[in-house]
Design a protein around this ligand. Structure first.
Ligand code: ATP
Ligand code: MG
Length: 451
């Protein structure tokens, strides 16, 4: 049921004050001292309420952007129609927004969707009802140490619910990105999406195609690279949304091979994130689009016109076709596209016995910049194709023999390869490959495939 504005205040002491960014507090103090309201808002407060360390802190105020810029040193106004102020304080970037009323959230220049007026407001409740989910609408005021909840957010937080603010059909058609944000938060927090929110997503999901592809690229990266990729993927697959994010999947989207391969790669990506390592978009896209690209590459091999091409050229051609199509949904920057194609070409080179038997070629290959990513990608494929194990061992050994210690992270490759081999051996000795589903704890069978 849609809820109206209600006002609940909670004591600020329930937040762990030590986890609040001193930079955000300092910006708020500056604005308060000049007589303006200012609050910590959004995911920062939500995460603190859940005892998590927030990724970033956003500030909202009734001061206009020009005033914020004047009051805060090291600040600049960004955006044209939808102005925000970036304040750099104690080396940390804090985004400061001004209360607004109106229908849309993002800069219409960016979103590429029809928008109506976004006018500034002095009323915090105008700002609250424009937020996407109730759990994203907490306002913490450090001055009086109080958290304001205007949207029933605390109840949803305690009941572990993702609930859209206002009428779901209206809110999703205003900004379809909110639909995939619901899955991101559901995966990140382990919360369920309320039935009214979820059924409106099913009704409106095709509107996602209208969203600007640059914005979709950013959302896609946030969804899969920031530590909850596997859970996001599995929720999106459960609800049949994944095909709205990937191009031309057709029946492939329903194949067990696709599901297992992507789940397994994303599990590794999440593990890297947990270790504090940076995950790169080129690797993510190489993974996501590999089943489709590989299928196209193999198909081209049966057509005389293409089968005469060098295998790496054929792979590059298949890859380019797939990436151009994908870019209609998520605009992949050209430098990322180049790296993706190089990773895919590397798959041909690394599995070529003639190359492996030629010392000169081997040396050239291991010195290539994309070699590490190509080998890492091949390691992900080993779960689906045991025949690759010998090849991976060959290239890993060669890498250590040829590349000096100072230029590589030996520990990282050895241990990840060992862990992978160990896991493969364990699952083989069980007779079938089994996989523990991290989110449900269920065990499921994974067929050996050739992805
Ligand atoms: P994260 O921890 O992933 O950063 P977040 O909730 O802070 O999560 P942001 O994308 O940083 O998410 O956005 C900050 C806040 O801005 C959100 O909490 C929400 O209140 C609001 N917001 C962001 N995007 C939208 C949108 N498309 N529609 C409505 N509100 C939005
Ligand atoms: Mg945030």
């Amino acid at each position: 049921m849609e809820r109206g504005i209600s006002h609940l205040t909670l004591p600020g002491d329930i937040l762990d004050q030590n986890k609040i960014s001193p930079a955000a507090l300092s910006v708020i103090r500056t604005l308060n001292s000049a007589g303006y309201e200012a609050y910590l808002v959004g995911g920062g407060v939500r995460d603190l309420l859940m005892d998590k360390l927030p990724k970033d802190f956003d500030v909202v105020t009734n001061a206009r952007p020009e005033t914020v810029k004047r009051l805060c040193r090291h600040s600049m106004i960004i955006g044209r129609r939808f102005k925000l102020v970036h304040v750099t304080e104690k080396g940390t970037l804090i985004e400061v927004a001004t209360f607004r009323k109106g229908n849309t959230y993002e800069d219409s220049d960016n979103v590429g969707m029809l928008t109506s007026d976004n006018t500034y407001s002095n009323d915090i409740t105008d700002d609250a009802i424009r937020r996407d989910f109730s759990i994203n609408g907490f306002y913490y005021s450090p001055a009086d140490n109080v958290i304001h909840d205007y949207l029933g957010g605390i109840s949803d937080l305690l009941h572990e619910k993702i609930d859209i603010v206002g009428d779901p059909d209206v809110r999703f058609s205003e900004d379809p990105v909110r639909m995939i944000r619901a899955y991101r938060f559901s995966a990140k927090l382990g919360f369920g999406i309320t039935p009214r929110t979820r059924s409106a997503i099913f009704r409106n999901i095709t509107d996602l195609a209208q969203v600007n592809n640059n914005r979709m690229y950013e959302e896609f990266n946030k969804m899969f690279l920031t530590g909850h990729g596997e859970a996001s993927f599995q929720l999106l697959m459960r609800d049949g949304i994944m095909q709205n994010l990937l191009t031309d999947m057709g029946p492939l989207i329903k194949s067990r091979q696709f599901f297992d391969f992507i789940s397994c790669c994303l599990r590794n990506t999440d593990a890297r994130h947990a270790e504090g390592k940076h995950n790169m978009p080129h690797f993510l896209y190489a993974v996501m689009l590999w089943p489709l690209t590989r299928k196209l590459y193999l198909k081209m091999g049966t057509v005389p016109k293409y089968s005469s091409l060098k295998e790496t050229d054929r792979m590059a051609m298949a890859g380019r076709i797939v990436l151009d199509r994908q870019s209609v949904i998520t605009k992949i920057p050209e430098f990322v596209a180049q790296d993706i194609i190089d990773i895919w070409k590397m798959q041909i080179i690394l599995t070529n016995e003639a190359v492996m038997n030629d010392q000169e070629q081997v040396k050239t290959v291991v010195w290539k910049e994309i070699f590490r990513a190509g080998l890492e990608f091949l390691m992900n494929r080993v779960h689906m194709d045991e025949n690759l194990e010998r090849i991976i061992t060959f290239w890993t050994d060669t890498y250590y023999n040829h590349i000096p210690q100072s230029l590589r992270t030996r520990k990282a490759l050895v241990s990840s390869n060992k862990a992978r081999n160990q896991e493969s051996r364990n699952s083989r000795s069980e007779g079938v490959r089994t996989r523990r589903n991290a989110s449900s704890g269920k065990r499921s069978r994974t067929r050996k495939t050739g992805i």
